[in-house]
Design a protein around this ligand. Structure first.
Ligand code: FAD
Length: 391
C-alpha cells in the first residue's frame, strides 16, 4: 500500500492549488479525481474565459452561516497573488465591470498553468480513479479502483453539486458526515429562476431579450442585466439574487433603474400628449417587452388622456415589477452550491477539521458561496493556498 504525506480528492481549482503549495513544501502529494479529463468546470468558467478573481474581494461578498470564516484565508492569498502567478506564466488578462478579471484568451490557459505548477512541485495525479472507501486508523486509508493508499493528511476538494456533467458528486459531504462533521443544507446558487405557469404564458415570447435592471429581495439588490429565457429569467442580476431567493419569495425588478419613469412620463405627457403611451415606452425599453407588458399592465391610449394617478400606477409596474419564480433551474444549471460542510468545525487558518486531525476541506464543498464575479474561484485559490501551507 503506497503512502503519501497528502492525498487530495478532487483536482478542481482548490485541490490543484493546495497540491502545488504542499508540493512546493516538499510534501509527497497525490491527487485523485474520478474524471478522466480534469478541470472541466474551470474550462467552461466565465463563458470559457474564466473570471478568475475580482479586485474587490472581501468576505462581504460571501454567503455562509459563518461568513467571517473566509476573512483569514482571503487576506493571506489575495487577487494580486493569483495575478502574479498568471504573470509568471505570461497569461494575459483584462478587467471588466465591477472589478472582474478575465483571461484574454481561454480558461484552459489557467488549467495548463496549474498542471504545470503541479508537475514542477512533483505532484502525482490519478485521473479516472474512483474512491471506494475512506477510513482512518492512525493514518487515512483510501481504497480506490486503481489501488489502496495511505496518507497523513486527507484533503477533500470535491466541489459542490452544480453542473453534474463536469464531474460533481456528493462524495465530499458523505466523507464529512462519515467523520461526524455537520453539513449545512445545500441548494443551487447563481442559478436561473423559472416562471410560474401563468408567467410562462405571459413572458415566454420574450426569450432572448436583455434589459439592464435592478433586482431586489429584502436588503439585497443587484444592478446588472436580466435575460429572458424560454423558461424564466437569467442574466447576472438574476443569478446574483438567486443566492438569496427561496421558494415562495417575491423578487422586485426595476427595468429602468437609471430613470425616474414617472417624471419621464409626466414630461412626455406635456411634450407629446397625442402619442400613445406604448410608443413612448418603446423609446426607452425593448419593443417586444412593451408589446407584452402593455397588454398586461395598462390600457393603451394617448398619454395626454391618462390621468397622473394612473401614470404613477403604470410607472410602478415597471419600476417595481413583482416577480415570483416557481422554482430555480436546479443544480445542473447552477454555477455554485449554497451550503455545504459547516465551517464552524474547521480552522479558518488551515481548513483542518477541529475534530479530526489531518482532515481538510476546501473550496466549494464548504459552506462558503461567493457572489458572481470571480469570488468563487478566489475562494478556491485562497482556501487551497491556506491548507497547502499546513497539510
Ligand atoms: C458554468 C460555470 C461557470 C463558472 N464560472 C465561474 C467564474 O467565471 N468565476 C468564478 O469565480 N467561479 C465560476 N464558477 C464557479 C467555480 O467554477 C467553482 O466555484 C470552483 O470550480 C470550485 O472549485 P473546487 O475546487 O472547490 O471544486 P470543483 O471545481 O467542482 O472541482 C471538484 C473536483 O472534484 C472532483 N470530484 C467530484 N466528485 C468526486 C469523486 N466522487 N471522486 C473523485 N473526484 C471527485 C471533480 O471531478 C472535480 O475535478 C463557475 C461554475 C460553473 C458551473
Amino acid at each position: 500500500m503506497k503512502h503519501y504525506n497528502v492525498i487530495i480528492i478532487g483536482a478542481g481549482p482548490s485541490g490543484l492549488m493546495c497540491a502545488i503549495e504542499a508540493g512546493k513544501r516538499g510534501r509527497n502529494v497525490l491527487i485523485i479525481d474520478h474524471a478522466d479529463k480534469i478541470g472541466k468546470k474551470l474550462a467552461i468558467s466565465g463563458g470559457g474565459r474564466c473570471n478568475f478573481t475580482n479586485r474587490n474581494v472581501t468576505a462581504d461578498y460571501y454567503l455562509s452561516e459563518n461568513p467571517r470564516f473566509a476573512i483569514s484565508a482571503l487576506k493571506r492569498y489575495r487577487p494580486s497573488d493569483f495575478i502574479a502567478l498568471l504573470q509568471k506564466h505570461n497569461i494575459r488578462y483584462h478587467e471588466e465591470d465591477h472589478g472582474q478579471l478575465f483571461c484574454d484568451n481561454s480558461a484552459k490557459d489557467i488549467l495548463a498553468m496549474l498542471l504545470k505548477e503541479c508537475e514542477e512541485a512533483g505532484v502525482t495525479i490519478h485521473r479516472g480513479c474512483n474512491i471506494l472507501k475512506v477510513g482512518e486508523k492512525k493514518v487515512f486509508q483510501i481504497e480506490t479502483d486503481l489501488g489502496s493508499y495511505t496518507a497523513d493528511s486527507l484533503v477533500i476538494a470535491t466541489g459542490g453539486l452544480s453542473y453534474s456533467k463536469t464531474g460533481a458528486t456528493p462524495l465530499g459531504y458523505g466523507i464529512a458526515r462519515q467523520f461526524g462533521l455537520k453539513v449545512i443544507k445545500t441548494d443551487p446558487g447563481l442559478v436561473p429562476l423559472h416562471y410560474s405557469n401563468d408567467d410562462m404564458k405571459r413572458f415566454k415570447s420574450l426569450a432572448g431579450i436583455t434589459i439592464k435592471a435592478e433586482v431586489s429581495l429584502g436588503k439585497q439588490s443587484f444592478r446588472e442585466n436580466i435575460l429572458f429565457t424560454h423558461k424564466g429569467l437569467s442574466g447576472p442580476s438574476i443569478l446574483q439574487i438567486s443566492n438569496y431567493w427561496g421558494k415562495g419569495k417575491e423578487i422586485e425588478i426595476n427595468v429602468l433603474p437609471e430613470l425616474d419613469l414617472l417624471q419621464y412620463l409626466t414630461d412626455q405627457k406635456l411634450k407629446h400628449p397625442k402619442k400613445l403611451l406604448k410608443t413612448i415606452l418603446t423609446w426607452i425599453l425593448p419593443r417586444r417587452f412593451i408589446d407584452v407588458t402593455a397588454s398586461l399592465w395598462f390600457n393603451n391610449r394617448p398619454i395626454g388622456e391618462i390621468p397622473d394617478k394612473e401614470l404613477k400606477n403604470i410607472s410602478s409596474k415597471y419600476s417595481q415589477w413583482k416577480f415570483k419564480p416557481a422554482c430555480s433551474a436546479g443544480y445542473d444549471f447552477a454555477e455554485v452550491t449554497l451550503g455545504g460542510v459547516d465551517t464552524r468545525e474547521l480552522s479558518s487558518k488551515t481548513m483542518e477539521s477541529t475534530k479530526i486531525k489531518g482532515l481538510f476541506f476546501l473550496g466549494e464543498v464548504l459552506d462558503m458561496t461567493g457572489h458572481l464575479g470571480g469570488y468563487n474561484l478566489q475562494w478556491a485559490w485562497a482556501s487551497g493556498y491556506a491548507a497547502g501551507q499546513y497539510v
